[in-house]
Design a protein around this ligand. Structure first.
Ligand code: IMP
Length: 173
């Protein structure tokens, strides 16, 4: 069994998410924000972020899958969602775990703006690997920029495992 080393500690994650939450709330003032959590990877980040933002918020969920069981994107993105409200005239904040090639997010942003026509749409991502980017995506709120390494934990998986780790980890060996 491979061992895992801590790449971004629980404390660092917590501190950065509190900062992001304050920044987001200050940008939106008293306005309601509809957070769209991209399942499954962003669920843990989103649940901490929504509490760090505070004020008037709502939560919706969207599922996007591109990796299968491997560490390389399949290049195809399956997006499915069932919202409990119309997003027309709402401020939408898409919440993602990591932007890698940018393919998933570009598809999600395109689909949401075409089908839902929100008043505004921004993107918060916990992590970004800029060296892997194939499609440019504007990340409005970013937790950490990281190098090209496959990370796990805090919602991120390898073949559906390790999401429960409280930190972002690296597999050794
Ligand atoms: P993209 O479409 O290439 O930007 O990939 C985005 C998705 O790939 C993310 O939502 C993650 O689910 C997954 N992903 C990318 N890099 C990693 C990683 O290092 N660990 C775990 N999942 C990753």
């Amino acid at each position: 069994m491979s061992n895992i080393s801590v790449f971004i500690s629980e404390e660092k994650l917590h501190n950065r998410i509190v900062e992001l939450g304050k920044e987001i709330r200050s940008d939106y003032g008293d306005e309601e924000i509809v957070l769209i959590c991209i399942l499954k990877g962003a669920i843990i980040f989103c649940s901490d972020l929504v509490r760090a933002i505070g004020g008037k918020t709502q939560l919706e969920f969207l599922s996007a899958a591109s990796y299968g069981d491997s560490t390389e994107s399949s290049g195809k993105v399956d997006i499915s969602y069932k919202l409990s409200q119309s997003l027309k005239d709402k401020h939408v904040l898409i919440v993602e775990d990591i932007v890698d090639t940018g393919l998933t997010l570009s598809k999600v942003l395109e689909k949401m703006s075409e089908e839902e026509k929100p008043k505004s749409m921004k993107l918060a991502s916990l992590l970004s690997k800029p060296s892997r980017r194939e499609i440019d995506v504007q990340i409005d709120y970013l937790g950490f920029e990281i190098e090209d390494k496959f990370v796990i934990g805090y919602g991120l998986d390898l073949a559906q495992n390790y999401r429960e780790l409280p930190y972002i980890g690296l597999m050794n060996g």
